[in-house]
Design a protein around this ligand. Structure first.
Ligand code: ADP
Length: 483
């Protein structure tokens, strides 16, 4: 089976969050499976060509965009990662926007990318059995395959669309519709119109053969009003239903036993390295004053409303008063940067904050902390908790979406569980959950058992990749019946 994964970001090339790790590691997993060819297509953002030594294929595509044609050039990494170059749209530091907001030409940029993927397939003579499109940035591809690109070339190409986060829908003003080249009949409520705007994500939902999302609980959530962000009706009417495939992590890449970026390696059978990682992290973050055995709590992620920062800020004084140290690494909304800076100043010696995207530091934090916080308002899957558990760092998380599906609440009597879950999205519930975790932390044996449970969980891509292959097969069958 020939698979093409179309995404706007993929590790290790460009990362702003979970989607990048999913796209990158899923392709890597497919490459291990006999009979599966999997390639990846991405926009060529600033600096990637030089950093990764891409090869020029010499192939150009001319992409219709409104009433003009925009040229793209195809570059290659290894034998299966294709990049679409277009200086006008992608030679920028950030994929979607700056801290001031989204780029104003995102509609044009991603219409270009969606059509360029299909043009590139034709130019490179790649005929995928399945194109796996991810999030709104690749949402038009399914609809193009059913309309403008419904050609002999793509006759056998089925399409699977995955929602990684339904909040980001790619909404644009109606006057940009002409950029898409789609017939006007698609700009209505049955098509891709959404309250007077164009909705790229909706295009993926209505036109893909199979639609999936990234955890079973998130699936249930987005089928309901509120969590479905206005698309619950469309999701409930999908002819093949909404499917779920939980995300995995690349367990070779995220492995405390071999990670070369952490000060000491360790495994579930030989844990002393974790204590060394903690000591080193405390020094690095200047948190060494006071109790040497104080528990270290960490949070890594996009600083957005989704991640539950408001309740964390409200609970912060209480958490620190429980005797814990807090380390935060993140980048996002300015308002949160300012607040965290202030909190770090107020709790100097107990709170450390680093603004930015820094994977190497994130590894030292995953390895050196005791507890990992994810107080998310909603969380489609979440990768942070998976990596944290792999590094023996116990999640304290809100029971929502993929957090509910991947963390088992600790059961003190049996010692069963891998973390601490709380239901209500409130500062008091968060603080209470941290308090429960700290009570167990105080009993070394119980904590060790909990750490060992978490580290032994299998969060690899093996199972999820097989599940995707099953769904790809169904998409191919569906496309054969109704191309
Ligand atoms: P989302 O996709 O909503 O941003 P996920 O939990 O699914 O959240 O994935 C986030 C991933 O990005 C995690 O692997 C996390 O380690 C990484 N990450 C997020 N922010 C940062 C950062 N500032 N520095 C390093 N890694 C980060």
């Amino acid at each position: 089976m020939n698979i093409l994964i179309a995404a706007s970001e993929a590790a290790p090339f460009v990362k702003t969050g979970g989607l990048a790790y999913v796209a990158g590691s899923l392709q890597k997993e497919f490459k291990k499976i006999k009979g599966i060819e999997a390639c990846l297509m991405l926009p060529l953002y600033h600096g990637i060509r030089e950093k990764f030594g891409l090869k020029d294929t010499g192939i150009e595509v001319a992409v219709p965009l409104g009433n003009r044609q925009v040229a793209g050039r195809i570059w290659l990494y290894g034998s299966s990662v294709y990049f679409i170059e277009c200086g006008e749209f992608f030679d920028r530091e950030e994929p979607y926007g700056t801290h001031k907001g989204d780029y104003p030409d995102n509609a044009a940029r991603f219409v270009f990318f969606n059509r360029a993927v299909l043009e590139a397939c034709m130019a490179l003579k790649i005929t995928p059995d399945v194109i796996h499109c991810n999030d709104w940035q690749a949402g038009l591809i399914p609809l193009y395959l059913k309309t403008i690109y419904r050609t002999d070339f793509f006759k056998k190409t089925a399409v699977v669309f995955t929602i990684h986060n339904i909040v980001y829908q790619g909404l644009f003003n109606a006057d940009e519709f002409a950029l898409t080249g789609l017939g006007r009949e698609w700009f209505n409520p049955e098509g891709i119109e959404f309250h007077g705007k164009i909705n790229f994500l909706k295009a993926g939902l209505i036109a893909a053969d199979i639609v999936t999302t990234v955890s079973s609980t998130y699936k249930k959530e987005i089928l309901t009003a509120g969590s479905g962000r206005g698309l619950e009706g469309v999701l409930n009417r999908l002819p093949s239903g909404l499917h779920d495939v939980i995300n995995g992590i690349d367990t070779e890449y995220w492995d405390p036993e071999t990670d070369t970026f952490i000060p000491a390696n360790y495994s579930v059978a030989a844990m002393s390295g974790k204590a060394a990682c903690k000591k080193s992290l405390i020094d690095e973050c200047s948190l060494g004053s006071g109790n040497k055995n104080a528990p270290v709590i960490a949070m890594i992620g996009r600083l957005s409303e989704q991640k539950g920062l408001e309740i964390l800020f409200d609970a912060l004084d209480g958490i620190i008063s429980l005797g814990a140290k807090l380390i935060m690494l993140g980048k996002g909304d300015e308002q949160f940067h300012a607040y965290i800076r202030k909190a770090a100043e107020k709790h100097k010696g107990n709170v450390f904050f680093d603004i930015g995207y820094n994977e190497q530091l994130s590894r030292r934090i995953y390895a050196g902390s005791d507890i990992f916080l994810m107080p998310s308002k909603y969380e489609p899957c979440g990768l942070g908790q998976l990596i944290a558990m792999r590094y023996g760092t116990i999640p304290v998380a809100r029971e929502t979406g993929g957090l509910a599906d991947t963390i088992t609440d600790y059961e003190p009597l049996s010692g069963h569980g891998t973390g601490f879950l709380f239901k209500e999205h409130s500062a008091s519930s968060l603080r209470e959950s941290v308090r429960s975790a700290l009570c167990v932390y105080a009993y070394k044996k119980s904590w060790q058992k909990l750490v060992s449970n978490a580290m032994q969980m299998d969060f690899s891509w093996k199972g999820p990749a097989r599940k995707y292959l099953g769904l790809y097969g169904r998409a191919v069958q569906k496309n054969a019946v109704e191309p």
